[in-house]
Design a protein around this ligand. Structure first.
Ligand SMILES: NC(=O)c1ccc[n+]([C@@H]2O[C@H](COP(=O)([O-])OP(=O)(O)OC[C@H]3O[C@@H](n4cnc5c(N)ncnc54)[C@H](OP(=O)(O)O)[C@@H]3O)[C@@H](O)[C@H]2O)c1
Length: 383
């Protein structure tokens, strides 16, 4: 896309926003990031330690915590650089160490609350929770909706069973062990912080700054225009959570000391794939059409739901409920969702701001040539 085209898309989208066409009060309260709007200060300033902090959600947790008037410390190895909000690192205390074998920098520190983003290994969570239990009153562990053992149910909630690993001593994090390991980390958190454990289980985290390029594929693909291959049926459900909404929810739970377990996924009411794709379409202006290709045809042509047709899981069999989690407990506890259009527009703006080489090498989504080939085969098969 050339520059004037980009400018047009941006101007169109911001025109829609400033005209207030996307909603009234509820929408305005969720607009932008913490520094784009006036965020009221919390009643009490807390000392918050973030284990992690420079990946995807961390920089938004830092931004919102600072805006609320809290003091922030982060702990990491110093390898990962934030893709957004890098300037805010100047306003936080930075401790260096490794969850695996060197957490000495945390010894003797004084914090009210801990956010543990960086662990998927129970030993890591056990070590930091034990070390910090006499200083902090709250330990928020960032888990995942992947903890559930049965994904066939529609409306899985926080009380549904979690995976039990055959070998709970395993430490290698793979697709097969990730959910079970997160469940064990949750257990350690609850055991060591019996009165102060907050477990947040996000769904697919999306928005500006996402290094995985999964959900990002859709705004980028739709902005390119032309014939877009859409997966499954228009009614198939999809869920996600904007990293900024997740970050604000985390800080809110800590401030309110709302201990418990929460499925942090949105949006508020069920979203279909058609609503997702047509919703994203609303932020661009181009020649575009969607061709819905059924799950069997995609499987036959080796199109992956996870890595290519991202944000879509065929709603059948063992995974029938994987895009229909019940988020009502999190919503009752204060989880709010910015509109899809804002997530999509901010994601696209961020993507367009990346160096050309990075933009040319997406880490997920369907390769344009493969999309063309499969669409051609689909039209041939269907006349
Ligand atoms: N992305 C999703 O869709 C999704 C969905 C569900 C759940 N989750 C969970 O969400 C959590 C948050 O991820 P995020 O990227 O948003 O977190 P983050 O806090 O923004 O980034 C991860 C941080 O961990 C640090 N880290 C990694 N290995 C470390 C080690 N051995 N010792 C010390 N620090 C280490 C990294 O810095 P250094 O590399 O510099 O150490 C980085 O700061 C993760 O636990 C993930 O499992 C993610």
């Amino acid at each position: 896309m050339n520059n004037s085209r980009r400018e047009f898309v941006r101007t169109t989208a911001s025109g829609v926003l400033s005209a207030g066409l996307l909603g009234s009060k509820g929408y305005a309260a969720q607009r932008g990031t913490a520094r784009d709007r006036s965020v009221p200060r919390a009643q009490a300033s807390l000392r918050i330690l973030i284990l992690g902090g420079t990946g995807f959600t961390g920089p938004f947790q830092i931004e919102y915590a600072l805006a609320r008037g809290h003091q922030v410390t982060i702990f990491n190895r110093g390898r990962t650089q934030p893709t957004v909000n890098a300037d805010l690192l100047e306003r936080v205390e930075r401790l260096v160490g490794d969850r695996d074998n060197d957490i000495e920098a945390l010894r003797g520190g004084q914090w009210d609350a801990v956010i543990d983003n960086s662990s998927s290994v129970p030993r890591w969570t056990r070590q930091t929770a034990e070390l910090l239990k006499d200083t902090a009153h709250t330990y928020l562990f960032t888990s995942s909706l992947s903890v559930h053992s049965d994904n066939s149910k529609i409306g899985i909630n926080e009380d549904d069973p979690v995976i039990e690993l055959e070998d709970p001593t395993v430490e290698e994090v793979t697709g097969a062990t990730y959910g079970g390991l997160k469940a064990l980390c949750e257990e350690e958190t609850r055991r060591i912080f019996p009165d102060g454990a907050i477990i947040v289980r996000p769904g697919l985290i999306v928005g500006p700054g996402d290094r995985s390029d999964r959900w990002t594929y859709w705004p980028v693909r739709i902005a390119r225009g032309g014939e877009v291959m859409a997966p499954g049926t228009p009614d198939d459900p999809t869920q996600h959570i904007d990293a900024r909404d997740l970050a604000e929810f985390d800080i809110h739970l800590i401030e309110q000391r709302k201990v418990g377990t929460y499925s942090a996924v949105g949006p508020l009411s069920q979203l279909s794939m058609a609503e997702l794709l047509y919703g994203i379409r609303a932020i661009v202006s181009n020649e575009i059409s969607f061709t819905w290709v059924d799950a069997d045809f995609l499987a036959e042509h080796e199109v992956s739901a996870w890595s290519e047709m991202t944000s879509w899981v065929p709603p059948r069999g063992e995974m029938a409920g994987f895009s229909s989690f019940d988020n009502s407990r999190a919503v009752a506890a204060g989880l709010k969702f910015r509109p899809l259009a804002l997530t999509a527009k901010d994601t696209l703006d961020w993507w367009w701001s990346l160096p050309e080489e990075r933009g040319a090498q997406p880490r997920a989504g369907l390769d344009p040539e493969k999309e063309r080939r499969v669409l051609e085969a689909f039209h041939e098969a269907h006349g």
